[in-house]
Ligand binder design. Structure first.
Ligand code: 5GP
Ligand code: ZN
Length: 119
C-alpha cells in the first residue's frame, strides 16, 4: 500500500530502529538524524515515517507529512543555531540530481557559506 514501509529501504529501517542513526529529533510523523557523510558542519536529514520515493510524491500523496518535514527542518535549523546566518533545505530528486536513497528526505545544511547557485 502507498506509504507503507519497504523492506529494502534504508530510511524505513532507520525509522524502525533496525539500522542505527544519530537521531536529533523525532515526532509522530518524522525522524531527523545526522547524515553519515556530512557536507557541512550541520548536515541533518529529515524524513517522513511514511515511505514515498521523493519529495514531490510525498507532497502529492500526504501533504501534511510534507509540511511536517518542512516544519521539522526549521526546528532543526533553530536547534543547531544555523538559522541566524541562513541554511539550505535540499530535496535531491532523481539520480541526475544526486538522489541515492529513494525515501523522501530533506537535507538541512548550514554552518558554512552556501554558494548560489548550488552545484
Ligand atoms: P541523497 O543523495 O539521496 O539526496 O541523500 C542521501 C543521503 O543519505 C546522503 O547524503 C548520504 O550520505 C546519507 N546516507 C546514506 N546512508 C546513510 C546511513 O546509513 N546513515 C545516515 N545517517 N545517512 C546515510
Ligand atoms: Zn522507506
Amino acid at each position: 500500500m502507498a506509504g507503507e514501509p519497504q523492506a529494502d529501504c534504508l530510511f524505513c529501517k532507520i525509522v524502525t530502529g533496525d539500522i542505527p542513526a544519530t537521531i536529533v529529533r523525532e515526532t509522530d510523523t518524522t525522524v531527523a538524524f545526522r547524515d553519515i557523510n556530512p557536507q557541512a558542519p550541520t548536515h541533518v536529514l529529515v524524513i517522513p515515517k511514511v515511505h514515498y520515493p521523493d519529495a514531490a510524491a510525498l507532497a502529492a500523496a500526504d501533504p501534511q507529512a510534507m509540511v511536517d518535514v518542512l516544519r521539522e527542518a526549521g526546528v532543526v535549523a533553530a536547534e543547531e543555531k544555523i538559522d541566524g546566518h541562513g541554511y539550505r533545505i535540499v530535496f535531491n530528486t532523481g539520480a541526475g540530481a544526486g538522489q541515492t536513497v529513494w525515501h523522501a528526505h530533506a537535507h538541512v545544511l548550514g554552518g558554512r557559506g552556501l554558494e548560489w547557485p548550488p552545484g
